[in-house]
Design a binder for this molecule. Structure first.
Ligand SMILES: N[C@@H](CCC(=O)N[C@@H](CS)C(=O)NCC(=O)O)C(=O)O
Length: 220
């Protein structure tokens, strides 16, 4: 039996979506976040980094959402629903599968950290300085890069219904988390194709079943 180690409100929903697409039976072990919003220590007993998602398949323990999706494609995707075979679609799939964690998520995590710093306990006279410095980093470094990322995604989704082209693939699963996270912190009116794609995935019955199992991503 497959076991998905799921941290509440996290990237693990990508894997639940893929497991639903493949109609596999799986169990979910849910971990609550700590008061500091981190994963609990108990997740380190599953994988040394203590991050989610982690998938266990009998004696195998697999971490990294992209690697887990590729593992599912290798082992269980008999009808190529996660990974396309067409050469052009495969190229697009690979690019977006890596883009999500390689180019998009680091900026989002950076934004989360710099937004959080001024809310931490500190002497009252330091707070305005911390706030001003953090806003400067967000406005001058993080946001312009995130805008480039969103413009690139928007352009791609203008020309492609799904990330790999004509059909849903694990690239959509991988990109769903940063786009839902982005949507939770900022209006996306200027990105109508991203909005269209977000509406499409919410109507996807496998996505809906995954949400029933692990909950929908709420907000950063
Ligand atoms: N690149 C990894 C990132 C894993 C990761 O950072 N997961 C977050 C959940 S969204 C986590 O476990 N955070 C808790 C923590 O850092 O303590 C992946 O795609 O699986």
């Amino acid at each position: 039996m497959l076991l998905l180690h799921h941290l509440e409100n996290s990237r693990s929903q990508r894997i639940a979506w893929a497991l639903e697409v493949l109609k596999l039976e799986y169990e979910v072990k849910v971990y609550q976040r700590t008061s500091g919003n981190t994963a609990p220590e108990s997740l380190k007993r599953v994988h040394p980094l203590g991050h989610a998602p982690v998938l266990q398949d009998e004696e195998l323990t697999i971490a990294e959402s992209g690697a887990i999706l590729e593992f599912l494609a290798d082992e269980y995707d008999t009808s190529n629903q996660l990974r396309p075979v067409d050469k052009i679609a495969l190229r697009k799939y690979r690019y977006w599968l890596h883009f999500a964690e390689g180019s998009f998520m680091p900026l989002l995590v950076m934004m989360l950290v710099f937004r959080k710093i001024p809310t931490q306990p500190m002497p009252f006279f330091v707070k305005p300085i911390a706030k001003s410095l953090c806003n400067k980093v967000i406005d001058s470094f993080i946001m312009p890069r995130l805008e480039d990322v969103l413009a690139l995604v928007e352009k791609h989704l203008q020309a492609n219904e799904w990330f790999a082209g004509e059909a849903r693939s694990a690239a959509d699963m991988q990109m769903s988390f940063p786009l839902l996270a982005m949507r939770s912190v900022s209006a996306m009116d200027q990105y109508p194709s991203i909005e269209r794609w977000l509406q499409t995935i919410r109507k996807d019955s496998d996505y809906q079943h995954a949400v029933e199992r692990v909950g929908e991503f709420k907000a950063f």
